[in-house]
Design a binder for this molecule. Structure first.
Ligand code: F6P
Length: 556
């Protein structure tokens, strides 16, 4: 794969010149161009995306599009969609987009059509979800399942939790889901303490089925299940009875079905996927089984359909209309030309309260890299920090810094036209109050408040500077009719392709994650030193020795 150094392109030189000459003035930009909002607004499936409050003009947008062409974004996109091994450091195809292609499609990779397998697994998940939802799948004592506990971490947790929370109004009335991820024993302790083992089903989700946190939590959950079932007199304390309990209360999701069997889960109760699905791109694979059980197969199919609609848009829309590409290019503009170190994602939709956490893995595990796909160092800044909270909570916490701080923080605002809870407070429609805040914030960020405007309000001169808002703080506004399964799929696919676009410009392999390995290895080396192995303790650096010594002195 030939990597084009973006900083050597003609478009980069053009952008550098444009940035030098550019004095952001969104007030003037809107005043001088009544069509600006319309000209900078795009649609992508059900998403209405207003880019007009970004720090761009037509020339900048043209140069960003030219940059996409010069770095070969189209070829890289097509290579991904057709199953080329663009994840070079792991020598893998990158085919999460295949997971949402309709049945009947064909996608031949290395001589094999992957689509029949994709739909075979999907059908198996749908049949399983039906059984659990219909009460046909029962626990050892014949009771239907009331709680599904997903045990996973990273991509095997963040996507499922986020989507489950986002689609709460679609969840089956008898079934609640919980998620155990952290190896901190308080996580499983809290999540399990009030559950009835007879009505609880565990899904152990791990692509590799080797992840320390997940396997530790899965073993603890299995012990909890046995202990509680025996205590309740639901099963005998025998090997046979324990096996029977696992068969009824544990299923697995993994690419490593041999390891699933080693854990004691019948491979018939396992849902597979493939090494060409990256962990952080896997909520639309079998990793989404917990979601499918919660919302049902029809809704899950709509969810996948939402992804696919955005995939089609990304695959076919010209760059100037292509929303994921444009948003990715705008992020490059801010990171590389304005030195923006972070990007806030602010959903005005409480159900999306885990969206930023989910995006953190998607974006930062993908593009938080200093080495390109060809092993050479990157030539410019990469991988901004993504963060956020739902509005209006964020407004009362960190918006101060976005409005008046010294760093430029581009923000994506997300809102739905309709709420699942239409509610009035007196005459006021409460959803409209939420939207008023959304619109007000993007307006305040773009247009600010001048010193003269502050003075005109009668503010004492010594307080004027503190009350000035510079404005010209860039935002993208994303709206959709409602937070349906399809729209949630669309939002995820949108950010997947934004992330991909940025990675292509920077020459990064956005699908590996070597940066998480060292800490995992060291944790395994350090573990013996913590409790008792003094020889292992001696091998540690002075700071680590001191920390462990403190721990040993304090533990009870
Ligand atoms: O530690 C990083 C990581 O490999 C993620 O990329 C992945 O989503 C997570 O661990 C969990 O991995 P697995 O699904 O194999 O348990």
């Amino acid at each position: 794969m030939t990597i084009v150094d973006p900083t050597t392109t003609t478009a980069w030189a053009t952008l550098t010149g444009l940035k030098t000459a550019y004095t952001p003035d969104l007030r003037a930009a809107f005043a001088g161009d009544p069509e600006r909002a319309a000209r900078f607004t795009r649609t992508c499936a059900d998403l209405y995306v207003d880019l007009s409050k970004n720090l761009v003009d037509d020339h900048i947008l043209e140069a960003l599009v030219a940059l996409a062409d010069e770095v070969g974004l189209g070829d890289r996109r097509d290579a991904m969609l057709s199953g080329e091994r663009i994840n070079v450091t792991e020598n893998r195809s990158v085919l999460h987009t295949a997971l949402r292609r309709p049945a009947g499609d064909s996608l031949v990779v290395d001589g094999t059509d992957v689509m029949p397998e994709v739909h075979e697994v999907l059908d198996k998940i749908y049949a399983f979800a039906d059984k659990v939802r219909d009460g046909e799948w029962v626990g050892v004592t014949g009771k239907p399942i009331e709680t599904v506990v997903n045990i996973g971490i990273g991509g095997s947790d963040l996507g499922p939790v986020m989507v489950y929370e986002a689609l709460k109004p679609y969840v089956h009335e008898r079934i609640q889901c919980r998620f155990i991820s952290n190896i901190d024993p308080t996580d499983s302790g809290e999540k399990l303490s009030d559950l009835d083992p007879e009505t609880t089903l565990f899904i152990v989700a791990s692509k590799t089925f080797t992840t320390l946190e997940t396997l530790t939590n899965a073993r603890m959950a299995r012990d909890w299940l046995w202990r509680r079932l025996i205590e309740q007199g639901a099963i005998e304390d025998t090997e046979e009875a324990r096996k029977g309990a696992v068969a009824k209360h544990f299923v697995a999701v993994s690419t490593a079905l041999d390891k699933v069997a080693d854990f004691g889960i019948d491979p018939a109760n396992a849902f597979g996927f493939w090494d060409w699905v990256g962990g952080r791109y896997s909520v639309d694979s079998a990793v989404g089984t917990v979601v499918c059980v919660a919302i049902g197969k029809e809704n899950f199919a709509d969810f996948l359909g939402g992804f696919h609609a955005v995939d089609e848009h990304f695959a076919t829309a010209p760059w100037a209309q292509n929303v994921p590409a444009l948003m990715g290019l705008l992020n490059v503009w801010y990171v590389n030309f304005f030195k923006a170190a972070s990007h806030a994602v602010l959903p005005y939709a409480q159900y999306l309260h885990r969206f930023a956490a989910y995006l953190q893995q998607l974006t930062m595990e993908s593009n938080g890299k200093g080495v390109r796909a060809d092993g050479e160092p990157v030539t410019t800044e990469t991988g901004e920090v993504f963060w956020g909270e739902p509005g209006t909570n964020g407004q009362h916490a960190f918006y101060q810094l976005i409005h008046q701080g010294t760093q430029l923080i581009p923000c994506d605002f997300i809102a739905m036209a309709n709420t699942a809870y239409p509610t009035k407070d007196g005459d006021a429609d409460v959803h409209e109050l939420l939207l008023a805040n959304f619109f007000a914030q993007t307006k305040a960020l773009a247009f600010g408040k001048t010193a003269d405007e502050v003075r005109a309000e009668g503010v004492a001169e010594e307080l004027v500077s503190a009350k000035v808002f510079e404005g010209n703080r860039p935002t993208t506004s994303i709206m959709a009719p409602a937070l349906t399964p399809s729209v949630v799929g669309q939002l995820i696919a949108l950010y997947e392709h934004i992330t991909f676009t940025q990675g292509v410009v920077w020459g990064i392999d956005s699908f590996d994650q070597w940066g998480v390995e060292l800490g995992k290895q060291l944790a395994m080396q350090i573990a013996p030193a913590i409790s008792k192995d003094d020889a292992a303790l001696e091998q540690q650096d002075a700071s680590t020795r001191g920390l462990i010594a403190y721990y040993r002195s304090q533990r009870s």
